[in-house]
Design a protein around this ligand. Structure first.
Ligand SMILES: Nc1ncnc2c1ncn2[C@@H]1O[C@H](COP(=O)(O)OP(=O)(O)O)[C@@H](O)[C@H]1O
Ligand SMILES: [Mg+2]
Length: 446
């Protein structure tokens, strides 16, 4: 299980949130800084008041200075005062005037004004003597940062909200895009396009979604294969059924029927048995292919099983000899008696059928470290090299004219291969050096 998507989302969310909030913080402090100074017109006005007051002060006409201050205070709805510092020496040496020149009672017009104070600041416009100043309680109309509160709400609530909505949208798209592609693939699949490639639709993406697409493709391909093989199986079965059904028709047709009714019944019985076997084998094959069952419920004694099969075969094919080289015992664990028995019987019967009268079939069982190897070698015609794998396909016969043969449907080896797979075994065919077919079956011991 990979955590690529989790890591990607973590990275996107963490990184973008850190960047967004860092930039917002920067923007807020820069904006606050920008809004914390008097406008140049207000600075000019204050300075010109300072000059005016100084002029009146220097003229020595205190009354006109008072009048002027009175008028200005009313106009601006504030208070103003012309003040000077007077240092009183209490004890010790006399403090020289240069040490207290420029002592501040108010703020310089160029200084920053902090927006979070409720009261307006007192502005100080010093006169040329540096000791006297005009002090003005800053009129409301000049107070900077008038829109600061709205700006603050915008920067700290509205802008982050918009950015987070945008980020959520991007994340949503990031997750929805592959889901929509999967949806497209699923729709194609539902239309019967089993070779659809959801992984290709994902492009270069490499995370849980592309893993899911890969699994989807595997599923689609597997279902596609199953569907095709089922279709093929049904087509083959219908084709194979025609021959025994035609023969049944003939047997039932009065004109073509055999002279005695009992012979006719025997013929009908034979055909119906053949039809039954054909259908049963096909159904077993379909089951083995679809379910791919694991038949591992019992242990079996391979030598005993082969002895029983050989006994039956000798009875059925008395004019062919069988020689066997077996160890004393060969116990296979977690297996299925039925599956192994049917598979071995099919292979043994083939060997006997294709071996001419008077010839021999040899059976060997050898014990390896983890498995038993069973060889069944006959003295028949063998199989053309290029068809050695094809003989395991359902309904395949090297000599297709044998389809009329009552026993040959071409299902035996297909069944054997899948039955052996169900008990974790395998089967391969090769031609012997002196002709004849050699079947090698491997069965794991455990
Ligand atoms: N021992 C053998 N010698 C020669 N040909 C064989 C042998 N076993 C199988 N074959 C070939 O493989 C085909 C498939 O075998 P199988 O699946 O058992 O079908 P069936 O026996 O019903 O024909 C046979 O039709 C035959 O042509
Ligand atoms: Mg067969």
């Amino acid at each position: 299980m990979t955590n690529k998507l989790f890591l990607k989302l973590c990275l996107i969310i963490a990184l973008s949130l850190v960047i967004v909030f860092y930039l917002l913080n920067l923007l807020t402090s820069k904006t606050e800084e920008g809004m914390s100074y008097l406008s140049s017109t207000d600075k000019q006005t204050l300075n010109s008041w300072g000059k005016q007051a100084e002029k009146l002060y220097l003229s020595g006409n205190k009354k006109s200075l008072d009048n002027w201050l009175e008028i200005k205070q009313k106009q601006e709805d504030t208070w103003m005062v012309v003040a000077a510092f007077d240092i009183e020496n209490i004890a010790g040496a006399t403090l020289k005037s240069e040490y207290y020149k420029g002592y501040n009672l108010g703020r310089n017009v160029n200084w920053k004004i902090h927006l979070y104070f409720d009261l307006n600041p007192v502005m100080q416009m010093p006169f040329s003597d540096k000791n006297t100043s005009l002090l003005v309680y800053l009129p409301n109309r000049m107070r900077p940062g008038f829109y600061w509160q709205y700006t603050q709400i915008t920067l700290q609530i509205i802008v982050p909200a918009i950015l987070l909505i945008f980020l959520s949208y991007l994340l949503y798209r990031y997750i929805m895009t592959p889901l929509l592609k999967l949806k497209v693939a699923t729709r194609e699949f539902s239309k019967g396009k089993f070779n659809v490639s959801a992984k290709k639709l994902m492009g270069n993406r490499n995370d849980e979604f592309s893993d899911l697409a890969f699994t989807f493709d595997q599923m689609a391909a597997r279902i596609g294969e199953q569907f095709a093989s089922q279709k093929q199986l049904i087509a083959d079965l219908s084709h194979e059924l025609r021959t025994p059904l035609t023969r049944l028709d003939i047997a039932l047709d009065k004109e073509n029927s055999l002279p005695t009714p009992s012979e006719n019944i025997k013929r009908i019985d034979r055909e119906s048995k053949q039809i039954r076997k054909l259908v049963e084998d096909t159904l077993t094959l379909a089951w083995l292919e679809n379910e791919q069952p694991k038949l591992q419920q019992e242990s079996l004694e391979l030598v005993d099983l082969l002895d029983v099969l050989i006994e039956d075969a000798k009875f059925e094919f008395p004019n062919k000899s069988i020689i066997s080289h077996f160890p004393n015992t060969a116990i296979v664990e977690n297996s299925s008696h039925r599956a192994a028995g049917q598979a071995l019987e099919n292979v043994l019967r083939n060997a006997l059928r294709y071996t001419p009268v008077g010839k021999t079939i040899s059976l060997f069982v050898s014990e390896q470290e983890n498995e038993f190897k069973i060889k069944i070698i006959d003295q028949g015609p063998g199989v053309p090299e290029k068809l050695l794998n094809t003989i395991f396909k359902p309904f395949f016969r090297v000599d297709s004219s044998r389809s009329a043969d009552s026993e040959s449907f071409g299902l035996g080896l297909a069944l054997a291969e899948r039955q052996l797979a169900a008990i974790r075994g395998s089967i391969t065919a090769s031609n012997g050096k002196n002709g004849g077919l050699c079947m090698l079956i491997c069965l794991p011991k455990n």
